[in-house]
Design a protein around this ligand. Sequence first.
Ligand SMILES: [Cu+2]
Length: 599
Amino acid sequence: MRSFAITTMAKCLLLFFLALPVYSAVLREYALNLTSSYQAPNGFYREMFLINNQHPGPLIEADEGDTISATVFNDLQVPITIHFHGIRQHGTPWMDGTPGVSQRPIFPGESFTYKFTTEGQYGSYWYHAHMRSYYQDGIKGPVYIRPAPDTLRPYDVVTERNETATRILRAQEINPTPLYVMDWNKLPTDAMYQKTINYGIDPACILGYLINGKGRVTCPSNETIAAAGVSRLASFRRTTGVQSKFDSLGCLDISALYGNPGIDHAALEAPGYSAPCQATNTDREIIYVGSDWMMLNVINMGGQFATYLSIDGHDIWVLQVDGTFIRPLKVKQMYAGLGSRYIIAVPTQKNSGVFAIRFAGTAQAQVTEQIAWLSYNMPTIAQPEDYPVTNDIYQDIGGNLLNAQTPTFIEAAAAPYDERVKPPQGPAQRTIHFTLNRTGMVDFSVMDSGALRLPDTELMTPSLWAEDVHQTNTVEAGIKIGDVVDLIIDNRYIMAHPMHLHGHNFWVISESNTSFGYSSVEAAIAGGSSTLNLANPPYRDTYTAPSRGHVVFRYVADNAGAWLLNCNVNVHRMAGMGAVILEDREKIIPRIPESVMDF
Ligand SMILES: [Cu+2]
């Protein structure tokens, strides 16, 4: 009788929970098998790495609040770790996947399980190797977290309250169409790094972008490259006094600066230098239009260049940046920074035709474009003809707008849609100054005290629990849980640096093309600084410090651990542009699982 009562009660409870309109958190388990292969995604064979036999790797998806478990089996011949970019790892700093900082590397033949909650996070992220440069060899993939039901969404703003359109976006939010861009090199990254260090050369150019892992090498005419590169040549001449030129792959000869024209590109086997550009006809990605609106998940998974994206004949609504809905911005061109993610909505209301989705490099060093297709026609095996005639092209192959009036996406204007996502006002408890600089051909730093090339630290005992943390790249500023922290980052070099803070989101409360000029935000407020924005600043995990300018990141210390702040330009990160910020480390050490410490 008694057991019957309990069973009935259990049934009632079960029915009660089933009736609740909330997601119940579940465990999402993934296996990631890392292998190497010999492939030619854009027509040039090279050794590359795959995850579960694909590149980019499989989508890891969850509903907000779920727990993700990803077991990595390392069948490569190199050690590896996996970092989940933008995932805060709240309370699990040992799952951040940074070798020498949060864990020991996973050596060949070993496996390691990453397990963390997605509580309090939604939107688009990505995962990638954080050992050496191996993510540039193919160890990368997307992470997507569907927002909780009560999250404020801006869809009805962009559809002008058209219920059908809003419903379409709401449905596509479950699984937005992938649009992943990544730069691709001819050489494996270990070879590039060896050459970089041995010869002191700077790998400035790429063999082209891949979109969703696909692409081809095109060889635009010299005239086309020159026209798209005019402003690059001029600004290079202005800043260096050197008159340079482009090769057949659109690569600017920056080595002329050092008296050895062409040598670095030739040494790195950049195709335009070691041999004239060779066009290939490998497949490009085709995205088929399925309804009046398309939601796309744009991730810049590259390691070298930010990119300008436009879609011929189409508007782009930017809805979400780095996992936060923004007040939507309607543009025809958008900037996608290295490591950043953008959920966009595109009104797809043409009846037929094929339109180019264009990605162009933003860097001074190269004029380069890759395209994918947006097709209104039925799926077909054939690739569309190159460059169908349309009058609605917004950017050239260098990303320059063809009409200066065309609206383009300004990152600083991307304020969170939810007005409660606001920085704490008033003074910070901790202020840390960083100076981005280049101190040698292959030496980059974030601190005047000096830099450590990250590969030199990757095999050390992780700073999360190491007894000796007195490395030149470690910041012990006495941060305690609850502190408001300001990172004042002055960029002294001519290159822009996309800075990524692990373990936190931050508000970009100041930005300009000159240095900050104050010792603290409090001093800047008192001094009437015109660059401060404490009212509605962008909320990010990766943000670009402009050339010779500054940014100030403000965040709340709510995540005890050891967290990297690093430049997402791969070569810069490798050459020292990274620091480890300790955050109330003593509080978390007792909680680190033995399985991680002993790994
Ligand atoms: Cu950088």
